[in-house]
Design a protein. Sequence first.
Length: 470
Amino acid sequence: MSRDKKQSKDTPRKLIHEEQAIEDAVNVAIKEAEDMESIAYLSRGEGSEEPIPLGVVPDLSVLPKKMRAWVIRKERHGEPMKSFKEEIMPVPDIGPNEVLVLVMAAGINYNGVWAGLGQPLSVLDVHKESYHIAGSDASGIVWKVGSNVKSWKPGDEVILHCNIESETHTTRTETPYDFISYDPMASRGQRIWGYETPDGSFAQFTKVQAQQVLPKPEHLTWEEAASYGLCYFTAYRMLITQAQLQPSEVVLVWGAAGGLGVFAIQICKMVGADAIAVVSSDDKAELCMELGAKGVINRKDFPHLMFKHGETEGERAKRLEDMKRFGQAIWKILGERRNPNVVFEHVGEATFPTSVFVCSRFGRVVICAGTSGYDCEFDVRHLWMHQKRIIGSHFANALECIRANELVRKGIIKPVLSHTYSYHEIPDVHQIMYENKHSGKMAVLVQASQTGLKNTEEARGAAKSVQARA
Ligand code: NAP
């Protein structure tokens, strides 16, 4: 994050100029030192023990033993500024079906916040390693492939999806029902890379299964390409596969300017469905309309809408009143007394009773998270009397990721990158997310030296121009 440069009214103008000059000189000195480090590293060549300098894309033969990474450890669980710490870590070894990727840029997701907090559980207890490198989205360059991998080769420019399949899927099933249409999401070994596994993308190198690798859309920058996978592929499975969204249906999208929401709106538009976006500020409302929402509701206009456990009779009565007003706000946008066929849920506890209430007869509430809490309470009469369905959904399988990624490659679905930060700002950017101060998606640069670069050649060119200046 840029430092606060606000000056007091009383600070003399001369002093401000001097301070600025000193800061500029320090920044130039730091940059020059980094450039010298890059030149020195590259001239040492292959087999170096030490990490590649940040912002440098060396020759494919260069594979150091060590890398820079942001690491969460059990004793540091807490808010992002406390839980993430930079460490020098070994570059991961890969197995026969795996791929090692040089991370050019990484996407920020809420699961990094959960991993740092150690809530609702410590992910280190899940994967049982003593370290956790978070990060479930990345763009990068294939650096090394396992002996069985035929689909990718070193040098390929790629993005990564975060679903790890069980390699022993077929042998670990206990009943024929375990196969459930052979969807890898049904496999007991299914894991989310960078959350339930320890080697995610907030590092210079990451390792993934070959099936996690997808072609990078050529028209996108490294940071744009790193930003969309986890949220977009999740929204795709929720709406297309699970809710079976149809043209002309109405979809209520909670948190519509957030990571999941911005893609839910675009998917609705693509299918010919009307998205009603719910947000908490005017800026976010504007973004949703730009993305193609039919209308926007500001949840701040319904101060009693959010469910809280232990509410009093009076609070409950006010909430029910706000729930009805909220339903009417939907009708107003639609210009008719019509309820949403699909409710796109991830907020959980706070909004779930409203979601079930406003959903139409035979409608679907599709849910993938409980950001406000998991213990959802609702009036079940609204569900059974109008034969509504609640559908759980979790990330996406490889086929869904491939199909969804093709829509990005064709320019039909677009990343919504609100801001790109530096590698050094990984804790800060998670803190911003934790405090709900962002919209759309955020990314960080890792080996890309600057924003706006789209491929390896451009990345190397940018590094060379830096060296030429040095
Ligand atoms: P995000 O970018 O932070 O967006 C979430 C949005 O939810 C916020 O913009 C906020 O919008 C809204 N929100 C937050 N608290 C709320 C509350 N109490 N009531 C109503 N709205 C609230 O996060 P995201 O990337 O979209 O992810 C959302 C959740 O889904 C996270 O818990 C994440 O871990 C989870 N997730 C799960 C999967 C999966 O595969 N299962 C995949 C992706 C994400 P307003 O303030 O504007 O209303």
